[in-house]
Design a protein around this ligand. Structure first.
Ligand code: ADP
Length: 234
């Protein structure tokens, strides 16, 4: 329809602008990082006195650079297409868990693994990790008072194609119908400060590029299940 056409043209335009701005931001970030290092070295042992301040500066610069990377991935995903290999989905989940362990501990969240997949998926490992970490972080953020996250894998055929389903289920806040309808929209977020609203839209791009699908089932007050379906590796 005309509306969809206008929408996709708008998104393409936003993508172009975003990519341009993100590239522009990368240079000053690199300059800041370099100069910070020079100042720290010039201060010698005195740098210890401003240890906390240096750490904060490092962290905040890192944070900006991560946001920029996310924006670039959203705007120009094809430039970020990595090398595709065959992986056991359970191995990739195993790589993701240590990355969010501190968040799981802090929020008192238990992890349950239900590994049943015997097939392999074909996807760039870093990208698959990124998708699963996004889903895990969302699940954790949906359970501020603790709970459990269940990570499942199983062989599943869809429309006559062999594939693998990976599920991330939480016992958190859940979502209303209105939120559900918009979760994959770029920049849609219900989180004030921590949210960029890009996690799920990037995840969807990465998964569909591999011929897969990502979907959600949720009940407000009960929890949410995100399912990533990927075709089996040749
Ligand atoms: P962000 O996490 O930065 O907000 P996302 O694209 O990852 O961006 O998610 C978009 C929105 O989808 C979130 O702000 C939240 O409202 C909703 N959402 C995603 N995952 C969950 C979940 N597991 N439980 C409840 N709401 C979720």
């Amino acid at each position: 329809t005309t509306r969809q056409l206008i929408m996709s043209e708008k998104l393409a335009a936003i993508g172009e602008i975003t990519a341009g701005v993100a590239h522009e931001i990368n240079n000053p970030i690199a300059v800041m990082q370099g100069n910070l290092e020079v100042i720290r070295n010039a201060m010698g042992r005195k740098a210890e006195l401003a240890k906390t301040e240096f750490r904060l500066l490092d962290e905040q610069i890192m944070r900006i650079s991560q946001i920029v990377t996310k924006l670039l991935q959203f705007a120009k995903p094809e430039e970020y297409a990595g090398y595709v290999e065959r992986h056991s989905p359970d191995d990739v989940i195993g790589d993701c868990l240590p990355l969010v362990q501190h968040l799981l501990n802090k929020a008192r969240i238990a992890v349950i693994r239900e590994s049943a997949a015997t097939r392999l998926v074909a996807m760039n490992r870093t990208e698959l990790q990124q998708v699963l970490v996004n889903l895990l972080v969302n699940a954790i953020q949906a359970m501020p008072d603790g709970g459990q996250v269940t990570l499942g894998t199983r062989d599943e055929d869809r429309d006559g194609s062999r594939g693998i389903a990976v599920t991330v289920a939480d016992t958190g806040l859940g979502m209303s119908e209105e939120v559900m309808a918009r979760v994959f929209d770029p920049f849609f977020t219900t989180k004030r400060r921590e949210g960029t609203g890009l996690g799920l839209s990037i995840s969807q791009k990465l998964v569909t590029r591999q011929g897969g699908k990502i979907s959600a089932v949720s009940e407000a007050g009960k929890g949410t299940v995100f399912t990533v379906w990927l075709p089996e590796a040749e």
